[in-house]
Design a protein around this ligand. Structure first.
Ligand code: NA7
Length: 550
């Protein structure tokens, strides 16, 4: 922790936390409104999640032509994606390009972590403390801290892990310098999207890779490929049509939203469709096939069994294939991973799969991991791909205190409450981009982020035009929002899995569905309606006098 300055400056308009996809666009919009804004980010550069997640194989699971900003035609036209699913360095380069193009860096303070924020009710100001010893006072506090940014733990609670003499890594805070696994025996714990992406790369680099799997996952081939000039031209020519499709899609991707139930199709028709989409690759398998895959368990099972069949075809040892076949949750109820040669990697001689569901890790020793049944795996390095305290973790870590000094973590002790997923009662003038109860984790992040940021910017602009100094949701409005989320999520299969969508990966975290489940398209309409009706569900106040703070 740095303690460089201890000072409290004159109030500014806004403090913005995070310089990833959310923070960069929010800063641009706030500047457009003429607001003075200071942005803080703990990292030494822009990128947010894409700054930290530098593990081998880190890659976007959404296609490049819609996993990007749409607000600037100039930026869109001046940036060329190399391939269908860009790797982490290319996305980071894109965000740096955007930051340069919009001259954003001059308002961003890197290497500076926000450690607390307290709402001063008397003056309607946030007092935001940084780890450089500064307290900044601002009318608005806006978070762009990402949904998968706070690691669940830096190291899972494996007894004796402190005795392990080899190196340990977490996918979410990978070193900047190249990690050389050549000649090493590497253990990988975690088979979510991150573990599935890095498995083939680690297997290529290491002398031996041992994958410790607790829960098998359904993964669909990504089918990444380079984009040719002709492909890029076609995407550019179709931009308006694709954008319309994106905005009409629940997941914010320009997909053909399926209208037909999997159960209406004959087994032959289903196989034809699944075969075709398996060849196309990526999220389209789940989201362009049938309308009821996450609504009806029988429909779901048709897709789940198709993937299991593919795993059995790809993996030559039937015993290994059996361990890799998911069984305890419906397909799509955890965040769907997509892969490049994941299952095939288990056919390599230097790769071992260990089922730690039936035979859990008992302890770590100086030279490896010992399982419950006594089996010992000698390792030189362990990679943890063990996930995140998703959506709420990074927000609670900010140590925000609202009215009466109430800590956000305490307010959310039974689960998050946030009207529209953006604002929470008792914390006036706090806006959370991609907050809990927004659709972001179920949809394409840049599309959600642009929608959230535009809504917040319009709200602030209107507040200023009407000389309002405070906005705060009504408790009834956020309670109704939470009820609606729970009820609508319960109409789907999503709550059946022990997923991070449910907070189920974190011991003690309330089991609450963390997203608006009806799609970004429906959500955007709801948010627009709320604004049109004069910010229905919010209280807007004019009576506070900012000058009193000076
Ligand atoms: P995920 O999807 O949360 O995956 C974490 C994996 O780690 C998952 O397989 C977990 O098994 C496993 N895990 C977690 N803790 C342990 C312990 N203690 N022991 C063994 N295995 C464990 O995180 P990712 O980083 O892969 O992906 C997160 C998102 O980031 C991703 O969806 C993208 O949006 C980007 P479990 O299933 O809990 O049994």
């Amino acid at each position: 922790m740095n303690h460089v300055r201890h000072e409290t400056s004159a109030p500014i308009d806004a403090v913005l936390i995070g310089a990833g996809f959310s923070g960069l666009y929010m800063l641009h919009r706030l500047r457009g409104l003429g607001l003075t804004t200071r942005v803080f980010d703990a990292a030494d550069g822009v990128g947010g999640t894409w700054y930290w997640n530098r593990y081998p194989g880190a890659r976007c699971d959404s296609e490049s032509h819609y996993y990007c900003y749409s607000f600037s035609e100039e930026i869109r036209k001046d940036w060329q994606w190399s391939c269908r699913y860009p790797a982490q360095p290319e996305i980071l380069a894109y965000l740096n390009f955007v930051a340069d193009r919009l001259d954003l860096r001059r308002d961003i303070e890197f290497g500076t972590r926000v450690i607390a924020g307290t709402y001063d009710e008397e003056h309607a100001l946030w007092n935001v403390e940084t780890d450089r010893g500064e307290t900044v006072r601002a009318r608005f506090l806006i978070t762009g801290v990402g949904c998968t940014s706070a690691a669940a733990t830096s190291t899972p609670a494996i007894p004796g892990i402190e005795n392990f003499s080899g190196a340990t890594y977490h996918t979410a805070s990978w070193p900047h310098e190249t990690v050389d696994f050549a000649g090493k025996r590497v253990g990988l714990i975690g088979t979510g999207s991150s573990g599935i992406q890095c498995t083939p790369r680690l297997a290529e680099e290491a002398a031996h890779l041992t994958v410790f799997q607790r829960t098998p996952n359904y993964s669909v081939p990504a089918r990444n490929h380079l984009l040719t000039d002709a492909m890029r031209r076609e995407l550019d020519d179709d931009f308006d049509t694709l954008r319309r499709k994106t905005l009409n899609s629940p997941i914010g991707m320009p997909f053909d939203v399926p209208q037909v139930s999997a159960l209406e199709a004959s087994p032959e028709e289903r196989k034809r469709k699944y075969d075709a989409l398996w060849e196309t690759g990526g999220f389209r398998f789940m989201f362009e096939s049938y309308s009821d895959l996450v609504l009806d368990i029988k429909a779901n099972e048709t897709a789940a069994e198709y993937v299991r069949t593919k795993i059995r075809e790809k993996v030559s040892d039937p015993a290994v294939a059996a361990i890799l076949c998911p069984f305890d949750h419906p397909i799509g109820t955890k965040r769907p991973p997509i892969d490049t040669a994941y299952y095939e990697t288990f056919n390599r001689d230097n790769v071992t799969l260990v089922d730690i569901k039936t035979n859990p890790i008992r302890e770590a020793t100086a030279d490896g991991l010992t399982l419950q049944h006594g089996e010992h795996h000698k390792l030189d390095a362990i990679v943890f791909a063990t996930g995140f305290d998703a959506v709420t973790g990074a927000l609670i870590k900010l140590n925000l205190r609202g009215r009466g000094g109430l800590p956000l973590g305490e307010k959310w002790s039974a689960g998050p409450r946030a009207y529209l997923g953006l604002c929470t009662a008792g914390f006036p003038n706090l806006f959370m981009i991609t907050g809990p109860g927004s659709p972001s984790i179920l949809a394409n992040f840049p599309v959600c982020i642009e929608q959230h940021v535009d809504w917040i910017a319009d709200c602030i602009s209107r507040m200023r035009a009407e000389s309002r100094v405070e906005i705060e949701p009504l408790v009834e409005a956020e309670d109704a929002w939470a009820r609606m989320i729970a009820e609508d999520a319960n109409k789907t299969l999503l709550p059946l899995a022990n997923s991070w969508y449910m907070g189920a990966n974190i011991p003690g975290k309330p089991r609450v569905f963390l997203a608006y489940p009806n799609g970004i398209h429906a959500y955007a309409e709801l948010c627009a309606g709320v604004a049109e009706r004069g910010y229905e569900g919010f209280e807007l106040r004019s009576h506070k006098v900012l000058e009193a703070a000076d």
